[in-house]
Design a protein around this ligand. Structure first.
Ligand code: ADP
Ligand code: ZN
Ligand code: ZN
Length: 736
């Protein structure tokens, strides 16, 4: 007996941290179709004076509000939930874990077109099959015969596939002759199928690779880290482990840290498997995103390669998640819903009882710590593939070197030597643009960003000064704006300047610049790979973009121009990140038959951490970083969360966070396992015209943290906050 209407608890895209209660309109009650209201379905609801799309999260029998005042929903959009219950619960868990407003978080994990209320697309595929039996009399064209022969041996092939292999005109010629017909094939849910053949044979694993593979189990949840040096063939293990999963009729997700690594990884998987490989990244249309999303959900896509947001893509029957370069901080979303895709992927795998595989040559400290605690399986590959040797590490001590345009005399000689030996050199400098500052030689004035605590970077090609924090762009002044003299000079080095200098010294040698500016061109990475793999001597200048994933065989010299800036940067993860960057960039060298070496230019060759890296290895370097974090009670030895706030007025944001601190204190006074720091300014105090501060909470146990944050965010919902102040929670931050 239903004597009371059920209440729908709906997530609405607002910054409020609550669900909103709605009633079901009478016409639904009368037709007795209330069972259509299931968590995970979208509803159209009146909200203030607008109509919004919300998601049903729960159905309750009672409400804290006046029942008579609750509004009915306007429409039920979906007949069935958008995603499975397990996945929907995972979404809710994610919002709760990061203490992000539930409506904002939940709606953000769905494709934009679903947020707008659009229906799921139909996913039919255009296919061709043989119509009549044919003979060689039907055509003289070799291409046409090949196509016919192929279609004769299978049931059908997709239009896309045939077009790629034989070309549009071959297909239409045969269609005209009535030898083949097209049809629309709609996939049903049973379709996660594995074809009989691989497109490419797996490589014969070496002993270390084989041992790692043998330790991976497809059965249930487990988290394994492949801690394998650069060039040790981790990708081949991904491929062979994925094969086992795919053969079991299950889907595989591969996460990569950056959009320009998606294509490479996608190529690896689609070259190997005759299966549907789809990608997700920020550079796709909303229609494409929704189509791929739907195909993944229906099991029509077998392999998904994508950047961090793909952790929320639904699957029909997921069997494995791979997280390549697990240490990479790009996995952490740095604004809005600040989730870590790596950490969420592990939770998702746990929910689904499937394995998750992390890979890195430079694992993060927190992952190593989880291995030490036996939460993750720690698997090693210590040798590179084949005869390739690990790179040799050296210092260039800048204290006794002449230096010109950021390149020491010794470094220049090394580059010359490399080129004349017919080899390639990689110059690493983690700063794009021409120079990080424009400076007046007469009065010392520097051109700052009007909105941030930072200098404007000179971009010579664009003839602009650009702020790398807020994108503020302005023309390059001809004279000093302070003393009106003609004495402005660029100071410091960026990729453009190094490029200009090296092109001057080596006019006949190709010099490639790889940074965010240069790589915007379509197919930039593909072209680069083709040219560099052409094996001619060349020089590549790159930012951190060049440190990841690239497998070039002829680089023998790697030169890190600026080690010192990052070494003394005060953020808690910076030294760890420096070690990772340098080890990764070193790993781009010597991947073929010729050994590689890396040179670090520095004024601090006696710095204990750098010495560890150069004379020992990354693991030993990380041990030192680890001890330091332990002593300073920082992650992973404490759980850290930040209340971040910003405002156009620094006093308002500071007062707000002082208030937050006093609320926190009243909920839970500090003790030996819980402590508070701040308000403190963020590393970049002013950015885009807003003053940024934070309040740190550190606890010994995770449960203490969550309990506290739950109470705190609840109470913050009840206090009055100045309208200029924005605030958010950052759980497990990677920067301050
Ligand atoms: P990592 O990701 O560990 O840096 P890669 O996966 O890029 O290393 O592998 C480096 C190179 O070694 C690639 O060109 C890859 O094709 C090759 N490779 C991997 N495993 C084998 C193997 N078992 N036999 C021969 N070559 C291999
Ligand atoms: Zn001046
Ligand atoms: Zn700025």
């Amino acid at each position: 007996m239903k004597n009371q209407k059920p209440i729908l608890n709906v997530a609405v895209p607002t910054p409020q941290r609550q669900l909103f209660d709605y009633v079901i309109p009478d016409e639904f009650i009368k037709s007795d179709s209330t069972e259509l209201f299931i968590p995970g379905c979208r509803v159209l609801i009146p909200f203030g004076n607008r109509n919004l799309i919300g998601l049903i999260v729960k159905i309750s029998q009672s409400t804290d509000f006046d029942l008579k005042k609750l509004k009915p929903i306007k429409a039920l959009i979906d007949k069935e939930p958008l995603v499975s219950k397990i996945l929907f619960d995972f979404f809710i868990w994610s919002a709760n874990y990061y203490h992000h407003p539930i409506g904002e978080a939940l709606l953000k994990v769905f494709p934009g077109n679903l947020r707008k209320g659009l229906p799921l697309p139909k996913t039919t595929t255009r296919c061709w099959k043989i119509d009549k039996s044919y003979s060689s009399d039907n055509t003289k064209s070799v291409k046409q015969l090949d196509l016919l022969r192929l279609l004769n041996s299978v049931d059908h092939k997709t239009d896309e596939f045939l077009k790629a292999c034989f070309g549009r005109s071959t297909i239409s010629a045969l269609a005209k002759k009535g030898l083949i017909t097209e049809f629309q094939k709609s996939y049903t849910k049973e379709k996660v199928s594995f074809p009989k053949a691989l497109k490419q044979n797996p490589k014969l694993l070496n002993d270390e690779q084989a041992t790692v593979l043998s330790k991976l189990s497809i059965e249930k949840f487990s988290c394994s880290l492949i801690d394998g040096v650069t060039g040790s063939g981790k990708t081949e293990i991904y491929l062979q482990f994925a094969e086992l999963i795919l053969k079991n009729q299950r889907q595989v997700f591969i996460l990569v840290p950056e959009i320009n690594l998606v294509q490479q990884m996608e190529a690896q998987f689609s070259n190997r498997f005759d299966l549907e490989v789809l990608t997700f990244h920020s550079n796709m249309t909303e229609n494409q995103r929704l189509l791929n999303w739907t195909k993944a959900k229906n099991g029509e896509a077998h392999i998904i390669v994508g950047t961090r947001s793909s952790v929320f893509v639904p699957a029909f029957n997921l069997g494995l998640i791979i997280i390549d370069e697990e240490h990479d901080q790009s996995y952490k979303q740095q604004e809005g819903f600040r989730y870590s895709a790596r950490d969420l992927a592990i939770q998702r795998a746990l929910d689904d009882s499937i394995p998750v595989l992390l890979g890195s040559a430079t694992p993060s400290l927190e992952t190593i710590q989880n291995c030490i605690k036996n939460k993750y399986q720690h698997l090693f590959i210590k040798k590179r593939i084949g005869l390739s040797q690990p790179p040799k590490w050296n210092f260039i001590d800048l204290k006794n070197q002449a230096i010109s345009n950021g390149i020491s005399e010794f470094a220049e000689t090394k580059i010359k030597e490399t080129i004349s030996n017919g080899k390639q050199a990689l110059i690493f400098i983690n700063r794009r643009g021409y120079a990080p500052a424009l400076f007046c030689n007469s009065c010392g004035w520097v051109m700052d960003c009007a909105n941030c605590d930072s200098r404007l970077t000179l971009h010579k090609a664009k003839q602009k000064l650009i702020c790398h924090h807020c994108e503020f762009t302005t023309n390059v002044p001809l004279k000093c704006l302070a003393c009106d003299r003609d004495s402005l000079v660029p100071v410091g080095m960026g990729t453009e300047r190094i490029e200009e200098y090296l092109k001057n010294i080596f006019p006949t040698i190709p010099v490639f610049r790889v940074d965010r500016d240069s790589s915007k061109k379509k197919d930039f990475m593909e072209n680069l790979h083709r040219k560099v793999n052409g094996a001619e001597p060349c020089i590549i200048i790159g930012t951190q973009m060049m440190t990841k994933g690239h497998d070039f065989k002829n680089i023998t010299l790697v030169l890190a121009l600026d080690t010192d800036t990052e070494l003394f940067h005060p953020d808690f993860k910076n030294q760890e990140r420096l070690g990772q960057l340098l080890t990764q960039v070193a790993g781009r060298g010597g991947r073929g038959q010729f050994p590689g070496e890396i040179y670090l230019q520095t004024y601090n060759s006696d710095h204990p951490l750098l010495e560890k890296l150069v004379k020992d290895n990354y693991a030993s370097f990380l041990e030192d970083v680890s001890s330091e974090r332990e002593v300073t009670l920082m992650p992973p030895f404490r759980h850290l969360a930040l209340i971040r706030a910003d405002s156009t007025h620094s006093d308002k944001v500071i007062n707000f966070l002082k208030h937050v601190r006093s609320i926190t204190n009243s909920i839970q006074p500090q003790n030996r396992s819980i402590n508070y720091i701040g308000p403190l300014p963020s590393m970049l105090e002013k950015r885009a015209g807003r003053y940024r501060y934070l309040f740190q909470i550190r606890t010994k146990n995770r449960s203490q943290m969550h309990l506290l944050l739950k109470k705190l965010t609840h109470q913050m919902g009840t206090i009055k906050i100045p309208s200029s102040v924005r605030w958010s929670v950052d759980v497990d931050p990677v920067e301050l």
